[in-house]
Structure formats: structure tokens, C-alpha cells
Design a protein. Sequence first.
Length: 440
Amino acid sequence: MTSRLSEFADALRHSPGLLRLAFVRWVNQFGDGFFQAALGGAILFNPERQTEPAAIAVGFVVLLLPYSAIGPFIGTMLDRWDRRNVLIWAAVVRCVLVLAASAVLFASLNGPTLLLIALGAIGVSRFVLAGLSASLPNVVAARYLVPTNAVLVTLGAGFAGLGAAASIAVVAVVGEGDFGSGIATATSVVAPVAAGVAAWGFRAGALGPGRVTLILARSARAWRTEAAAVARGLVTGARAVWDAPGVTTALSALGAHRIVFGINTLIMVLILQDPEGSLVLPGGLAGFGLAIAAAASGMVLAAVLVPFLIPLLGRTRTIVFGVALALTTQLAFVRILEQDALILAAFLLGIAGQSIKLCSDAAMQIEITDDKRGRVFALQDMVFNAAFVAAIAVAAAFVAPDGRSVSLVYGGAVIYCLALVGIALNARRRPPARRWWRRS
């Protein structure tokens, strides 16, 4: 990690806009962690609200699945609109939604209102992260992409963990329930305000794409034409993924990991609701925060390991390492189905998942051209969210009320095994001839 930090420092000296871009990313992820932990306290660990497996699954579906469906469509806009303006307006929209969510909590309103508002806020945040990742090659030179991405993504995960911890601390001070979660949610509005102000400092067009399409008031026919162009762009983005075997491998592994991570998340939430689930570690919201901290610590450690593993093994074998570590963790620790073992599993799965994610981001930034990169990153977000949500929805139909369903754990292990088989088959596939990325 020390070498990556020194390379990142060198990139900062040669890339005037990198520090500003890093600030936008990190403060946005800090706000994400803060906001989502506040919602976790309000929805998952609040005695005033329902938290059965089906209710938890519905909450995740409402929060994430709709964005997963529209994310690739919106992602094509990252390749057509000025990304600097996207970041500014996204910050404005997120501020409005965060304040609306806090108002719902203060009023103790039941029903889907809170989930729908949170859906919008989290969806906008995912959109911002996709835009920031797509913008990075326009800010730093190609030789700095891998170390810069490693530092940005890893420290970003750390800031998300810090945000979650800060949110839980606020709730601990002001009290649990709707009021405490409302205070924490309202406090998180500081993050999108700061991110929007920082993004304002970029000059127009500095973040790409190379050719910006201005979309103003148009006729219905013009909008239909634009929509058709976007749909064609989605097909182009999917082809770009298929034409880049490294990206195909990374997204396959990432999708498998998110499926299993969704299953494990549902199991952990249900086990943490048992007040006698552990004699050593706290349960409830505090235990949830501890699990987040453990996963974030694993992500930080991944940033230390991956820079050494990629030169030694290559990107594909590093992804295999991540999947193999996750498989071992699933069988050795998640299988125990006790809180203490699950906290340790969260740490190890943080290492595994972040190793895959770092390789995935590097593959897309190196192997995908700038005119397609926004939609490909949005496709990654679709895989990231849809796999997670679908896994929770399916697992909710089979999980025991207390979360202790060993059959689901073994099912996750099988998914990791299938991912390893898929990686091996993809490695045997011959890439298209004469692609520019084959020279890198």
C-alpha cells in the first residue's frame, strides 16, 4: 500500500484535478455510509418497524432493484452529458431526497414512502460513483490509473465505513427509533452539499466525455430519437464488455460475489436481531455497525494485498484468489451461523470482494474506451445491485426466522464454485482480433 500511496502522491503532483475528484468521491461515500446506516437503524433494527425476512427483502428490493433496471440507461448519459454538470445536479437532488427522508422519519410515517425516497437517494449516489469512475481517466494519465484507482476505491470504502460508524454514534447519543434515525439522516445532508460545491470547481467538460451532447427542450420526436440512441448505446456497451475478456471475467466474479453477499447479509441481519446471539459481541444496530467496520477493514487490507498480487499473478488470477478466499470463508466461518464467526467472515469477505472490485475497475478503465466507459460502469452497478437484491429476495423465501439456514450457506458456496468454472471457461475464449487494449 505504501508504494501505491507514493504513486498516488506522484499522480497528485501531475494531475491538478485529482485532489478535487478524490474529495468529491470520498465525501460522497462518507455521506453514503452515514445515510445508509441511519436507514439501517430506522428499518432493520427499529422496534417501531417490521423486520421479518420478507419485510427486509422487500426493503432491499424497493431500495435497489429499480435503479438496477434503469442504471444502464442512465449510464449512457454519462457518455453524452457533461459529467461535471451531472455531479452538481446529482448533489442537489440528493440533498432534497435526504431531507425528505429525515422529514418522514420525524413524522414516523409508515408505508413505502421512506423506502421510495431512500431508493432515489441511493440510486443517485450510485449514479455519481459510476460517473466519478468514468471520469478518472480524464483527470490522470494512463500510467497512474491502477494505483490511483486502488487508493480512491479503497479509501472510499474506508470513508463509507467511517460514515456508518459516525451515524451509529449519533443514534447512540440522541437515542434509537425514528427520531434518532431522523437526526442522523438529516445530518448526512452535509456530504452532498460539500460534494456539489467541490464538483462546481471543475471547468466545463473537464471530466468528459470527449463529445458532449446538449439535451435541451425538444420535441417528442427528438426525445424518441434520443432514447433510441441511448438504447443502441446500451447494446454497444454490452458488446464492449464481451469484447474485453478481462472485463467479462471481472463482472462475472463480481456478480457471483454479490449474490452470495446478499444471502449472507440477510442471514446476518436476522442473527443480529437475536439479543442472545453472542455472549461476546453486541447485537442489534451496534453489531451491524461492527460488521460494517469489519468489512471496511478487510477492504483496506485488500488495498495492501492487490498491488502485490496483480504484478505477481495478473488480474485474472487475482480475481480467482478473491473468489477462492470467499469460498473458503463461506465454508469455514459463515457455515457456523453464529454472530462472532459472521463478524470474522465479514472481514474476510471484505478482502475478497474488494480484491475483485479493484481488478474490475482497473479492467474497465484500461480495456474500455472513454466513449463507452460510462455505460460499462453503469452495467457494473446493475450487476452489483441486481445480484445483491435478487439474492436477498430469493433467500427470504427459504431462510429460517432466526437466520440459521445452513442450506443457504452451502448454496452460496456452490455459486462461488460456478464462478470459478465460468472464469476458467472465459479464459479459454479467444478475444477479438486487433483490439487496441490487447497492446496494454
